[in-house]
Design a protein around this ligand. Structure first.
Ligand code: 13P
Length: 254
């Protein structure tokens, strides 16, 4: 079979944020496995809080669900109270990590520079980095969306030489947790812009890059968003906390 780089398997990730203790984690994952239909259509990931990672690993078993962390530090060890190293995540069975979520940028001082350091450290530890970018409502209304995305990506990918361990998530800040998702046109435009930038820097491997959409994705809007040519999956908050909704989105991603 001739390799077609444009055939990108969909990636559906649940970002649980600050939700689900160990017991709730075990229960939710058991439901996802029971209802998920074998995860044939898509790569499926869950990102629990750090303290629930072990429970998640146990519950995931051999189901094939990808275990993902919500954050990581860029140093490997030392006097960094409260931080977790990439190798510690790998040891705890995580194979992916979300980096630069807008909530971390907004509330915890994450910058394009720290995002860049975290990407380098994560790749070194063998993790897949799910790198989040997105504009605020003010930036969108000011016509600055592409500029903001360009700046975030330039900073994040400084000296990053290949895309094989990279997934990008486009998450317009105004769509996160608001119930107001981007239209298919808005999502496709930004996704195509991101892929264009990746192509300029990384050439043909940009065709294999998965770009996820995040921001109020739910069963009622997932089909049309996931049908956009450059939307390769979803990074899902609220709807990922409800097994029925998360599994419905997984089933829609063929
Ligand atoms: P919601 O799906 O709750 O809007 O959250 C999106 C998000 O931030 C995923 O990382």
């Amino acid at each position: 079979m001739v390799y077609n780089p444009v055939m990108r398997k969909k990636y559906i990730a649940g970002n649980w944020k600050l939700n689900n203790n160990q017991k709730q984690t075990s229960e939710l994952i058991a439901k996802i496995i029971a209802q998920g239909g074998g995860f044939k259509n898509a790569d499926v990931a869950v990102a629990p809080p750090f303290t629930s990672i072990h429970a998640a690993k146990q519950a995931i078993g051999s189901s094939g669900i990808i275990l993902c962390a919500q954050n990581v530090h860029f140093e490997e060890k030392g006097a960094f109270t409260g931080e977790i190293a990439p190798s510690m995540l790998a040891e705890a069975a995580c194979t992916a990590v979300i980096i630069g979520h807008s909530e971390r940028r907004q509330y915890f001082g994450e910058t394009d520079e720290t995002v860049n350091k975290k990407i380098h450290a994560s790749i070194k530890a063998g993790l897949t980095a799910i790198v989040c970018v997105g504009e605020t409502l003010q930036e969108r209304e000011g016509g600055k969306t592409n500029d903001v995305i360009h700046t975030q990506l330039s900073g994040a990918f400084k000296d990053v030489s290949d895309l094989s361990k990279i997934i990008i998530a486009y998450e317009p800040v105004w769509a996160i947790g608001t119930g107001k998702n981007a239209t298919t046109q808005q999502a496709q435009d930004v996704h195509a812009f991101i892929r264009g930038l990746a192509r300029q820097k990384y050439g043909a491997s940009a065709d294999g890059l998965r770009i996820l959409y995040g921001g109020s994705m739910k069963p009622s809007n997932a089909a049309e968003l996931l049908a956009c040519p450059d939307v390769d999956g979803g990074l899902i908050g609220g709807a990922s906390l409800i097994a029925e909704d998360f599994c419905a989105i997984i089933r829609l991603s063929s």
